[in-house]
Design a protein around this ligand. Structure first.
Ligand code: HQG
Length: 429
């Protein structure tokens, strides 16, 4: 066996198969292949005496599956990571919606300016799970995780490949298509002292001061619009949803904080309930506002999707969210529809619509379509059976489900007491 240990042997192979084949007297064939015999001979000229069996064992044991033999077993190549020109012959593929890249804080300012670049390699390397990306980043120091909106990049014409060992490859990841789990540090004005900034406000979809300004302006816009709303969809409801969604986002590294906060703040901006059933009124109003604020298009589209998808649409209608941020905002909105606040809001809305509190002769309906749910005019108590008591089962995150438990039981106790008092059962004869 060679005098090198497994790790150094792997690095020796990487060096020559990816970066410096001529160091072993080799030339990479199309696809990055070299003959196995030629490789073993080349290694021997550098004092690294490897048998074919030892090479096979190294290839099989490599944790990242960096190398592969061709089907005949006579040629070998590195699966990715080259710096010498080589066409690996990979076919373009549709990437998963999200991909991850691990880097370090020191690289962030440059990445923020120019996006992710290939640097010395042929492609930008991305991982399909956050853990692997963190490990890649930790080669250089404390890892910083970037979440890439691969679906949007792909829709905009970005081309993606996947190497034989599962690494996703693309040419460039521009600004506004990724978010980050930390905020760069800022210097306290005048002192040069470095201040760590709270994570929850950071999104590099927008340079930081602009992201904060956008949130601040949106708060003012929504607050002014809904301050005196009287149907339970007032500013205080929106403020609670915003707060809860933000807390959920802090526990969800893959969620973009800016999108989550804007989605929460704008989720009721033009609710179909108050716009003649028009389901596009909300997304339209949000787009109008965000465009006027010069928000990036990628952010606008994700916020629109949240608003379009968030509503409960009847017991028989599934309401899946297409984004992780949407799942958080939907949970926050649903938590505000149950518990003591939920009871208060249900009657505020019923009063606003002139509905009776209760009518034992009108049975709750399991609405099988959004249309039937929209046209509902039943007494408010029915709303508990048609929607509110089912929300606990329809939450997306474990954190929200934990909060929902007590709120759900409170509603059950409230209903039991309400129905007892309705028939004056608690009044002795
Ligand atoms: C950073 C390992 C400044 C980038 C792993 C990274 C991976 C920028 C470094 C594979 C930048 C490049 C690849 C910009 C990107 N300004 N810095 N505009 N754009 N960077 O090693 O992705 O062990 O070339 O964040 O497992 O770290 O070799 O790429 O920190 O799969 O098999 O520039 O290498 O596999 O570093 O790692 P690399 P990578 P192997």
């Amino acid at each position: 066996m060679a005098y090198l240990d497994q790790t150094r042997l792997s690095k020796f192979l990487s060096l020559h198969l990816r970066h410096n084949p001529s160091g072993l007297g080799l030339t990479l064939e199309e696809g990055g292949w070299v003959g196995v015999e030629a490789l073993l001979t080349g290694c021997a000229t550098r004092g690294v005496h490897l048998t074919r069996a030892e090479l096979e064992q190294l290839v099989a044991a490599d944790a990242k599956q960096r190398y592969a033999f061709d089907p005949t077993g006579t040629r070998i190549r590195a699966q990715q990571g080259h710096s010498v020109p080589v066409a690996l012959g990979l076919a373009p593929l549709v990437p998963p919606a999200l991909l991850y890249h691990g880097t370090v804080a020191a690289a962030l300012p440059a990445i923020q300016r120019e996006g992710l670049q290939k640097m010395q390699r042929h492609h930008v390397h991305l991982s399909s799970d956050a853990e692997t990306a963190r490990r890649v980043g930790s080669r250089r120091g404390k890892p910083v995780l970037l979440t890439i909106d691969a679906a949007r990049l792909h829709a905009a014409g970005g081309i993606f490949y996947q190497s034989g060992n599962g690494v996703w490859l693309t040419d460039h990841v521009p600004q506004h298509t990724w978010s980050c789990n930390v905020r760069p540090q800022s210097r306290r004005a005048g002192t040069g002292e470095l201040l760590p900034l709270p994570v929850h406000l950071f999104s590099v979809l927008l340079p930081m001061p602009d992201a904060q300004l956008l949130i601040d302006h949106t708060v003012e816009f929504v607050r002014a619009k809904f301050l005196h709303e009287g149907s339970g969809h007032d500013w205080e409801h929106i403020r609670r949803v915003w707060q809860v969604a933000r807390a959920l986002a802090q526990q969800t590294p893959q969620a973009d904080p800016l999108v989550t906060e804007l989605g929460a703040l704008l989720h009721d901006v033009a609710d179909w309930k108050f716009h003649g059933g028009d389901e596009e009124a909300g997304p339209r109003a949000a787009r109008q506002w965000l465009q006027a604020q010069h928000a990036p298009e990628a952010v606008i589209q994700r916020v629109e999707a949240i608003i379009r998808e968030i509503s409960f649409k009847g017991l028989g209608v599934a309401t899946p969210m297409s984004t992780v941020e949407g799942e958080l905002v939907q949970d926050a909105d649903r938590l505000d529809a149950i518990g003591a606040i939920g009871v208060a809001r249900a009657f505020a809305y019923g009063g606003h619509k002139g509905r009776p509190l209760h009518d034992p002769n009108v049975a709750p309906i399991e609405h099988a379509s959004f249309e039937s749910y929209k046209q509902n005019t039943a007494p408010t108590i029915n709303h508990f059976y048609e929607k509110l008591l089912h929300l606990r089962e329809r939450l997306n995150t474990p954190a929200a489900r934990r909060v929902a438990e007590e709120r759900h039981h409170f509603m059950e106790r409230f209903l039991a007491q309400f129905l007892r008092e309705w028939d004056s059962q608690d009044v002795s004869a």
